[in-house]
Ligand binder design. Structure first.
Ligand code: GLC
Length: 541
C-alpha cells in the first residue's frame, strides 16, 4: 500500500497534524459557573502545547440558546456570554498562535437556531413571504394540511417537520429549535461566505463544517419511502449506507467550490474539514480536493470493531481513497457525539488497554489525527448519569443521549469537579464520577505508564521521528492472525507499529528497538513479548 508522499509545507500543516477537539463547555471553566469557557481554554493552552498537539478544534461558542449545546446558532459573529466575548476569543487565539497552536472553529451552516433573527422574521412574516424563503417552509399534506409535507425524520427522532401557528410546516433535520436553511437561496450563501471571512479575518486557521453533507435537499423534497412508523427502522440508521434525499446531494459541492477560493485567499494554509456522511468512501472523497474541502472525517476507523481484520480493512480503504484524491486521511477514535472508545472497546480495564493500543495505532498512521479531549486521560463514557441531568435534546426524543462523553475534564484535586473551575468551585454542568480522581491531569502527569504520558511520548515521537516525517508510505508486514503490523520508512529510518489483537501474547522480533508501548514489554530471546490488546512502536535506523 503506497500513499503518495507530498511534502508538508507550512501551508500544508493540516496534512499530518494532530488536532485536539476542545468541547468548549466541558474543557475548563475560568469564571466558576460550572461551564467551560474561552478564558478557561486560554489558561490551559500550555497543557495542550506540552501534550504535543498541533491545533485545536473548538466546538461552537457562538451566541445560542444552547438547545443543542451551541449547535443552534443565533448569531454567527459573536460569542455567547456563557463562554466569554470576542475580546476573549482574540486573546485566546493570539496566545494559541504564540504557542504554535492553530485554531479551527466549528461552522454550523445546515441550520440556525430558532432564535436567529432570520427565523423570528420568517415566523412573523407568514406564508409566501421572502423571509420564509431562507428556510424550508412548506404546506402540509392531508385535507387540512395536518400531515407533515413528507416522511422525513429528524436525526434526533420523530418527524423532521414542525407546524407553526399559521398552519405551515418547517423542516428541521435535528431539533425543532434548529430550522434547516434553504441553501438554494442566494442570501444564505452570501451570508455564510461573509461569516467565513469574519472568522478568517480574526485569524482562525480552519473550520470544521457541521453536517457538511446536509445543506442541499433533493428538489421537490421527495419521500424517503420508509420511516420508523412503517418499518420500525429509523431513517438515520441509513446514514452512511444509502443516499437519503436530504443528505449528500450533488449540488452541495457547489457550496464548497465557492468556499475554497475564500479560504485560499488568506495566507498560512487555512483549511476546512467536513463532518460528512456518505454512502460510500468514494462519495465521501468527493468532498475533498484542491477545489473543495481539505479533509473529511473518516468515521469508518471509529466504527471499526476491535479486530485486526476490521482495522486493516478500514485503514486500507481510507488510504486508497486518500491516494485517489491526494489528501490525507483523518483518523478519529472519539468525538462529542459518540461513546468514548474506552467504553466501546469493552470498558473497564480491558477497554482502557485497548484504547491505549488504538492510540498508538492511530498516531503511527500517515495523515491527520483528531483527538477528543479526555482521551489522552483514558476517560471512559459516563454511563450512569441520572436522567434528569442529561441535556442532549435527542434524549427526550429517542432515549439516546450523548451526555456521557461530554462530562467535564478532571484536571486536579481530590473531589469533583476536579479543578474544572477555579479554586472553590463546587459543581460542573455534568458531574464527574468519583472514579475520575485518579484519571485527572495532575494525577497522571509525570507518572510513567499513565495514559497521559503515553500520549505525550507518542506525540513527541510522531513529531521527531524521521520515519514519520513523510506523509507517507505504510507497508503491511506478514504476521500471525490477529496481529497488525505495518512499517513506515524514510531513508534508512524505519518505524514499525505492531498491535496485538490475537487474544494471546506474541513475541516480536526483527523490528529493532522498542520506542513506546501501551503495556509493559518483556524481553524474550532476541525479541519482546507484546501482551494481548497492546501495541508498540519499534525503530531501526
Ligand atoms: C453534528 C454535531 C452534533 C450536532 C449536530 C447538529 O452532528 O456534531 O453535535 O448535534 O451536528 O448540529
Amino acid at each position: 500500500m503506497t500513499f503518495t508522499p507530498t511534502p508538508a509545507t507550512d501551508d500544508d500543516w493540516w496534512r499530518s497534524a494532530v488536532v485536539y477537539q476542545v468541547y468548549v463547555r466541558s474543557f475548563a471553566d475560568a469564571n466558576g459557573d460550572g461551564i467551560g469557557d474561552l478564558r478557561g481554554i486560554r489558561q490551559r493552552l500550555p497543557y495542550l502545547r506540552d501534550l504535543g498537539v498541533d491545533a485545536l478544534w473548538l466546538t461552537p461558542f457562538y451566541t445560542s440558546p444552547q438547545v443543542d449545546a451551541g449547535y443552534d446558532v443565533a448569531d454567527y459573529r459573536d460569542v455567547d456570554p456563557l463562554f466569554g466575548n470576542l475580546a476573549d476569543f482574540d486573546e485566546m487565539i493570539t496566545d494559541a498562535h504564540g504557542l504554535g497552536l492553530r485554531i479551527i472553529v466549528d461552522l454550523v451552516p445546515n441550520h440556525t437556531s430558532d432564535a436567529h433573527p432570520w427565523f423570528t422574521a420568517a415566523l412573523a412574516a407568514g406564508p409566501g413571504s421572502p423571509e420564509r424563503e431562507r428556510y424550508l417552509f412548506a404546506d402540509g399534506r392531508g385535507e387540512h394540511g395536518e400531515l407533515p409535507p413528507n416522511d422525513w425524520e429528524s436525526i434526533f427522532g420523530g418527524p423532521a417537520w414542525t407546524r407553526v401557528a399559521d398552519g405551515q410546516w418547517y423542516l428541521h433535520l435535528f431539533d425543532p429549535a434548529q430550522p434547516d436553511l434553504n441553501w438554494r437561496h442566494p442570501e444564505v450563501r452570501a451570508e455564510f461566505e461573509d461569516v467565513l471571512r469574519f472568522w478568517l479575518d480574526r485569524g482562525v486557521d480552519g473550520f470544521r463544517i457541521d453536517v457538511a453533507h446536509g445543506m442541499i435537499k433533493a428538489e421537490g423534497l421527495p419521500d424517503v419511502g420508509f420511516s420508523s412508523m412503517t418499518t420500525g427502522q429509523r431513517q438515520s440508521e441509513m446514514l452512511g449506507k444509502a443516499r437519503l434525499p436530504y443528505f449528500d446531494q450533488d449540488e452541495v459541492h457547489d457550496i464548497y467550490r465557492a468556499w475554497r477560493p475564500i479560504l485560499d485567499s488568506y495566507p498560512g494554509g487555512r483549511m476546512a474539514v467536513a463532518e460528512a456522511w456518505a454512502e460510500t468512501p468514494q462519495r465521501l472523497a468527493r468532498y475533498i480536493g484542491p477545489d473543495e474541502l481539505h479533509q473529511a472525517f473518516s468515521f469508518d476507523f471509529l466504527d471499526a470493531t476491535w479486530s485486526a481484520d476490521s482495522f486493516r480493512k478500514v485503514i486500507d480503504t481510507a488510504l486508497a481513497e486518500a491516494t485517489v484524491v491526494g489528501a490525507p486521511t483523518t483518523w478519529v477514535l472519539s468525538n462529542h457525539d459518540r461513546q468514548r472508545h474506552v467504553t466501546r472497546y469493552g470498558d473497564g480495564e480491558a477497554g482502557l488497554r485497548r484504547a491505549r493500543a488504538a492510540a498508538l495505532l492511530m498516531l503511527a498512521l500517515p495523515g491527520c489525527a483528531y483527538l477528543y479531549q479526555g482521551e489522552e486521560l483514558g476517560l471512559p463514557e459516563v454511563l450512569d448519569l441520572p436522567d434528569e441531568l442529561r441535556q442532549d435534546p435527542s434524549f427526550r426524543r429517542t432515549g439516546e443521549s450523548r451526555d456521557g462523553c461530554r462530562v467535564p475534564i478532571p484536571w486536579s484535586g481530590e473531589l469533583a469537579p476536579y479543578g474544572f473551575g477555579p479554586a472553590g468551585s463546587e459543581s460542573s454542568w455534568l458531574p464527574a464520577p468519583t472514579t475520575w480522581r485518579s484519571l485527572s491531569v495532575a494525577a497522571q502527569t509525570g507518572v510513567p505508564g499513565s495514559t497521559l504520558e503515553l500520549y505525550r511520548t507518542a506525540l513527541r515521537i510522531r513529531h521527531e521521528h524521521p520515519a514519520l516525517a513523510g506523509l507517507g508510505d505504510i507497508t503491511w508486514l506478514e504476521t500471525e492472525p490477529g496481529v497488525l503490523a505495518f512499517r513506515r520508512a524514510v531513508g534508512n529510518a524505519e518505524l514499525t507499529c505492531v498491535v496485538n489483537i490475537s487474544g494471546a501474547d506474541v513475541t516480536i522480533t526483527g523490528h529493532g528497538r522498542p520506542l513506546v508501548a501501551s503495556a509493559d514489554l518483556t524481553e524474550r530471546g532476541d525479541g519482546h513479548v507484546l501482551p494481548v490488546d497492546a501495541a508498540a512502536w519499534f525503530e531501526r535506523r
